[in-house]
Design a protein around this ligand. Sequence first.
Ligand code: SF4
Ligand code: SF4
Length: 485
Amino acid sequence: MPNSATQTPPASQSNAKINASQRIPVVQIATPSAKIHVREQKGVFQRLRQHSNTLLIALFFLLPFINYQGRQAILFDVTEQQFFFFNLTLWPQDFTVLAWFFMAAAFALFFVTVYWGRVWCGFLCPQTAWTFIYMWIEANIEGNHHHRAALDKAPWSISKLRKRLTKHALWIVFALLTGCGFISYFMPARELYMDIFTASSGFWTGAWVWFFAICTYLNAGWMREMMCLHCCPYSRFQAVMFDANTKTVSYDAARGESRGPRKRAQKTELGDCVDCNLCVDVCPTGIDIRNGLQYECINCGACVDACNQTMEKFGYAPNLISFTSENALKSQPQASVFSLKGLGYASALLIMISLIIIDLSQLSHIQLNVIRDRQTLYREVGVDRVENSYQLKIRNKTQQAAVYQIAVRSNKTPSLTIVTDTVVQINPGEQLDYPVTVSGRRSERVDDTSQQTLQFSVTQINSVANSTPVEPENQVTQQSRFFWP
Ligand code: SF4
Ligand code: SF4
């Protein structure tokens, strides 16, 4: 049964043999308005897609359950403003690493697109993965695409009501699991699932889970290809990354036209396309790939599998529709592996990776903020000493308790010393507000200025009893001012 979104090929294409060089590069096809009942398809690319989607979904749900050193290994702790990734802890001031990471991911996507088109959309995009899961649930309850189309048209009955209720109930359960899966990257996963499914979560936790559950239900259950066609910005601009060497799902018009039905083994002057329409029936976005490259195509490869199945039945060579490039279709030599666009994106990707490495290597595990006592500039003690007070805010940014040695240094006044205790212990992730008094000998004041620079340092040491710095050295410094009378 033809898909409701079937496109009629242009007369010029259907009636005459088309020269490969006359292929339409990109065409805009009217968006299908009726519901698409996608025909199930088996084949190499569908197996590949199922495996990649299964891996993606399994990782999505399981990653939050991995524990590392007694805590969830991957967690965006919004309340504590920390991002845990195994033994790495990022604080808001370290989030440039995340910015580089997302930019690197974007350039990696662009780089892949130059060579392999929208392979991301077809095989790794969560929208595709969740849509296919929802379609799989639907097919198991309502039957194949013929049965589903018939059920749509059928009047309401007990059977139709039962099927629809079962389908939507399963969709909602999977949406709720997805909502939990997503929020479990922001809250401890084990407690979250338990709280949601026993209805004992707090209001905001429940509200966020249900918000993402409703988005998933609407997205994968109802909107499906509409998200790709109307909401996804990538589908709109991915064509600018394409060139004549980009491998993308393409129909070999020179070989397939003019198309037309025939009997198996029948001798004919027609091209290899038998006009079975399978490539349209299996398309999740409802397009006809024979009309040329279209932005709606998510490169899922379903039409490749469908057409290869037909080619095999008719004894024709496979790959009338295939992942291929425009140059390959025109039998022209592929350009150099490293195209200008590819090199540009690869360079940008390398720069981003370098920035991530530099940022991570410079990441400090201690945060220090020195605040001078603004009430009292200095205190005179005895005949020869002057004291200044400071508040040190020291944060242990690691996931283990640590011991720190506080020191002060001034090139001009070697006698500046801290008179309070200089060894402190701080629990993981905690900030210590520590008052410090620095004392200097008045006789060492080097000139007539009323203030001088001094430098505080905080160094992680092995223990309270062993003041040797840990290896590699973990130290932060910050300058402040010392005031004289
Ligand atoms: S045209 Fe083919 S590859 Fe593109 S979305 Fe449709 S079925 Fe998938
Ligand atoms: S599946 Fe192949 S043979 Fe059938 S209509 Fe599509 S291109 Fe033609």
